[in-house]
Design a protein around this ligand. Structure first.
Ligand code: ZN
Length: 184
């Protein structure tokens, strides 16, 4: 297993607009290997998404996976409120995000590049994403609920936007205190 160092908030790469990849680049050994390393890094963290800027690369690529085992410590009612369901591992490259602005939902959210802290983040409930997969093939996702939140979080990373930018500052908490005082 080859894990990469996760870049922390304050590093300029997290504030850059990442560049799109060409088909040739996507199919290159470099990017194919990077995808495997990012998958292993995300699983080790663990996290439900990891964007290339978080490992120091300013390219439009992110990996996503929300495993059932991550849900075991959550009460069913909390999973239901968040509309959180397992999402299989996949790679999104050069994504184009379209949001349905009719409904927003607000929950606490964190980021592997901002360790230990979470805060309230409003996100659109429903999104559509056009992107390329790891074989450089065009794909489409329609997502709602927590999956839509993950997609917005990861695609924001490719635009130099962090979840903390959306947080009312008074909602920011350590994860420890969040568990203790349950704000949601
Ligand atoms: Zn993040």
């Amino acid at each position: 297993m080859n894990t990469l160092e996760i870049v922390q908030i304050g590093h300029p790469v997290l504030r850059q607009t990442a560049r799109a990849l060409t088909r040739e680049e996507i199919l290159s050994d470099d990017i194919q290997q990077l995808i495997t390393h990012m998958r292993d890094t995300m699983r080790t963290a663990p996290g439900v998404g990891l964007a290339a800027p978080q490992i120091g690369r300013d390219i439009q690529l992110a990996v996503i996976e929300d495993r059932e085992e991550y849900h075991r410590n959550w009460p069913a009612i909390e999973l239901q409120k968040r509309q959180r369901k397992p999402v299989a591992f996949h790679v999104i490259i050069n994504p184009k995000l379209r949001v349905d602005k009719s409904q927003e939902v607000t929950f606490h959210e964190g980021c592997l590049s901002i360790p230990g802290l979470i805060g309230l983040v409003p996100r659109y409930l429903s999104v559509d994403v056009d992107y390329l997969n790891e074989h450089a093939e065009p794909q489409h996702i329609h997502a709602t609920g927590w999956y839509a939140r993950i997609l917005q979080h990861e695609i924001n990373h490719l635009q130099g936007i962090l979840c903390i930018d959306h947080m009312p500052t008074r909602s920011i908490s350590t994860i420890e205190n969040y568990i203790k005082y349950q704000h949601d």
